[in-house]
Write a protein that binds this ligand. Structure first.
Ligand SMILES: [Mg+2]
Length: 242
C-alpha cells in the first residue's frame, strides 16, 4: 500500500490565538497584586512555576491549572507577607483564570485560507494539547474542524503521539509535515518521528513550550508562508522522480 502525504497542525498559537489571553490575565493579576501592596518583581515567575507544576501534576493542560495557579500565587504571597487571605480577592483571582477560557476564539490571520488550500492537496490532521472540552468548543467556534480528517486532543505531544498518528493513518513521515509554533511540542517531536517540520513564529509563545531545535526545519514568520514551502517541496520531489 502506498503511504500517504499529510500535514499535522498544532492548534494553540498556530491556528488560533491562545497565549495573548493568558498574557492579558497575567497583566490584570500583576496590577491587582500591586494594588494590594505586594512586590511584583518575581510575581509572574512564581505564577509560572505554580502553573507549570500544576500542568505536570495533572498530566496535561487541564483547564483548572491556570485559575488554580493564580490562587496559589496569591495565597503564597499572603503567607510570605503574613497577610490574611481575603475570600473575595481569592475568588477574583480564580475568576480571572476562568476569564481566559471565556474569550472568543480568534483565528490567526491567514489560517483558514491556508487550511482550505492545503486540504485540497493532502489530508490534514490536528494534534493539540489542552483541555478536551475547551479545545472541542474552540474548534467548533472557529469552524476549523471541517478541514481535518482526524483531530487528536492529547495530554502530551512527544514523538510517540506523532508516530501513532502516522501509523494509524498510513502517513509517510518523510513526505509529510508537522506545523506549529512550539519547538518542544511540535518541531522536535516531529523531527524525532521523521517528519518535515515548519516552525511558525508567534511572539507570545509560552516559555514552557520553548527549547532548542534538535535538527533542520523551516522557520516562517507567518502561517501564510506554509503552503508554498510544502507545495514546492512536493513539486521538487515529483520532478526528481520523473
Ligand atoms: Mg501551539
Amino acid at each position: 500500500m502506498t503511504k500517504k502525504t499529510g500535514c499535522i497542525f498544532d492548534f494553540d498559537d498556530t491556528l488560533v490565538e491562545t497565549t495573548i489571553y493568558y498574557d492579558l490575565a497575567k497583566e490584570k493579576f500583576a496590577d491587582k497584586m500591586f494594588r494590594l501592596g505586594f512586590p511584583v518583581e518575581e510575581l509572574l515567575e512564581i505564577l509560572n512555576q505554580f502553573d507549570i507544576s500544576n500542568v505536570l501534576k495533572c498530566g496535561g493542560f487541564h483547564k483548572e491549572c491556570f485559575p488554580k495557579a493564580l490562587v496559589q500565587t496569591y495565597e503564597y504571597y499572603c503567607q510570605r507577607y503574613d497577610i490574611t487571605v481575603c475570600e473575595a480577592t481569592r475568588k477574583w483571582m480564580e475568576d480571572l483564570g476562568w476569564w481566559v477560557f471565556e474569550q472568543p476564539t480568534q483565528i490567526i490571520e491567514g489560517a483558514t485560507e491556508v487550511l482550505r488550500q492545503l486540504s485540497t492537496e493532502m489530508i490534514l490532521f490536528l494534534a493539540t494539547k489542552g483541555d478536551s472540552e475547551i479545545q472541542t468548543k474552540r474548534l467548533k467556534e472557529s469552524r476549523l474542524d471541517r478541514f481535518f480528517h482526524e483531530i487528536y486532543i492529547v495530554s502530551d505531544k512527544t514523538h510517540k503521539e506523532y508516530t501513532h498518528i502516522a501509523r494509524k493513518n498510513g502517513l509517510d513521515p518523510a513526505e509529510s509535515w508537522v506545523i506549529g509554533n512550539s519547538m518542544k511540542g511540535d518541531i522536535n517531536p516531529g523531527l524525532r518521528s521523521g517528519f518535515n517540520c515548519i516552525h511558525v513564529y508567534h511572539p507570545n509563545t509560552w516559555d514552557f513550550e520553548e527549547e532548542e531545535a534538535i535538527g533542520e526545519h523551516f522557520s516562517v514568520k507567518s502561517i501564510r508562508e506554509v503552503p508554498e514551502i510544502i507545495l514546492s517541496y512536493g513539486r521538487k520531489r515529483l520532478a526528481a522522480s520523473e
